[in-house]
Design a protein around this ligand. Structure first.
Ligand SMILES: NC(=O)c1ccc[n+]([C@@H]2O[C@H](COP(=O)([O-])OP(=O)(O)OC[C@H]3O[C@@H](n4cnc5c(N)ncnc54)[C@H](OP(=O)(O)O)[C@@H]3O)[C@@H](O)[C@H]2O)c1
Length: 237
C-alpha cells in the first residue's frame, strides 16, 4: 500500500503537533510546515517520515513557490495556523485584527486555493481546517477573532461543495476551548477544556461529514448556540 502524505500548515500549533504524532503512528508521511522550523526540527528529531518546511501563512506571495517546491504532493491537508488577539485589544489595534484575518482567513484561502486547484495532484483526498465555536455566532466578547473563524468555516463549506465531484472531502473542526499556547494564561472553565491530543484524534479520524465538534459538552453548546435567538445571544459575554 502507498504511504500517504499529510501536509500540516501551521504545524507548530499544539493541536497540530499532537496530530502529527498520531499521523506518524498511523504510518503516514508528514510534511510539517511552520515559521518555527527549529522548534519543529527538535520536536520531530526522533521521528521518521517527517519533513519540516518553512511556511508563513501571512506571506501570501510565497505560497505558490512553497507548494511548487513540495516534492511530494499531499493526500491530506490540515490547516492549523492560529493567532488570538483579545477583542478589546484588537478593537484598538488594527495590526492585531488584520493578523487574525491573515492567519485564519486570507492566508488559508491563499494556500488552500493553490492546493485545491492543482488538478495534477489526483491523490488529494481531504482538506481539514481548524476553526472555532467562536465563529458560530457573533458575540460581544470575541467577534473579531470569531468573524475570521466564521469566514474560514464558510470558505471550507463552499470548497467542500466545489471539490465534491473530484471526490475530495473537506472537513471543519469546530473546536471549543483547548489547552494550548493560545489559551495559556486565560481564565477558562476547567470542565470545558479539551486536550490537544483529543482534538487531534478528531482530525486524524475525520470521516465524510463536514462539521466535526469534538467533545460531548461542546456538541451541546454548539447546537444551542447555533439555534439560539438573537435576544439570548445578546446576553452572552
Ligand atoms: N486553543 C483554543 O482554545 C482553540 C479553540 C478553537 C480553535 N482553535 C484553533 O485551532 C488552531 C490550533 O490552535 P492551538 O490551540 O493549537 O494554537 P497554538 O498552540 O497557539 O498554535 C497556533 C500556531 O499557529 C502558528 N501560526 C501563527 N501565525 C502563523 C503564520 N503566519 N504562519 C504559520 N503559522 C502561524 C503559530 O506558529 P509559530 O508562532 O510557531 O510560527 C502557532 O504555533 C488555531 O487555528 C486556533 O485558532 C484553538
Amino acid at each position: 500500500m502507498q504511504t500517504k502524505t499529510v501536509l500540516i500548515l501551521g504545524a507548530n500549533s499544539d493541536v497540530a503537533k499532537a496530530a502529527l504524532l498520531q499521523y506518524v503512528a498511523k504510518g503516514y508521511h508528514v510534511i510539517a510546515a511552520s515559521r518555527s522550523t527549529d522548534e519543529l526540527q527538535r520536536f520531530t528529531a526522533d521521528l521518521q517520515h517527517v519533513q519540516v518546511r518553512y511556511f508563513d501563512a501571512a506571506d501570501f506571495a510565497s505560497h505558490a513557490a512553497f507548494y511548487a517546491q513540495l516534492t511530494e504532493k499531499p493526500h491530506i491537508v490540515l490547516y492549523a495556523a492560529g493567532y488570538l488577539k483579545h477583542n478589546e485589544e484588537a478593537l484598538l489595534d488594527w495590526e492585531g485584527s488584520f493578523r487574525m484575518m491573515q492567519v485564519h482567513y486570507a492566508g488559508a484561502v491563499s494556500i488552500i486555493n493553490i492546493i485545491a486547484m492543482d488538478k495534477q495532484n489526483t491523490r488529494l483526498e481531504r482538506i481539514i481546517g481548524l476553526s472555532s465555536l467562536s465563529g458560530v455566532r457573533g458575540r460581544k466578547s470575541n467577534f473579531i477573532y470569531g468573524s475570521t473563524k466564521s469566514a474560514f468555516t464558510q470558505y471550507l463549506a463552499g470548497l467542500r461543495q466545489y471539490l465534491f465531484s473530484r471526490r475530495i472531502t473537506v472537513n471543519v473542526v469546530v473546536a471549543g476551548y483547548i489547552r494550548s499556547k493560545m489559551t495559556a494564561g486565560l481564565n477558562l472553565p476547567e470542565s470545558l477544556m479539551l486536550e490537544p491530543s483529543f482534538i487531534a484524534s478528531a482530525v486524524v479520524n475525520a470521516g465524510s461529514g463536514f462539521t466535526i465538534v469534538p467533545g460531548f459538552k461542546w456538541k451541546l453548546i454548539y447546537t444551542a448556540l447555533k439555534y439560539m435567538p438573537e435576544k439570548l445571544v445578546a446576553k452572552l459575554p
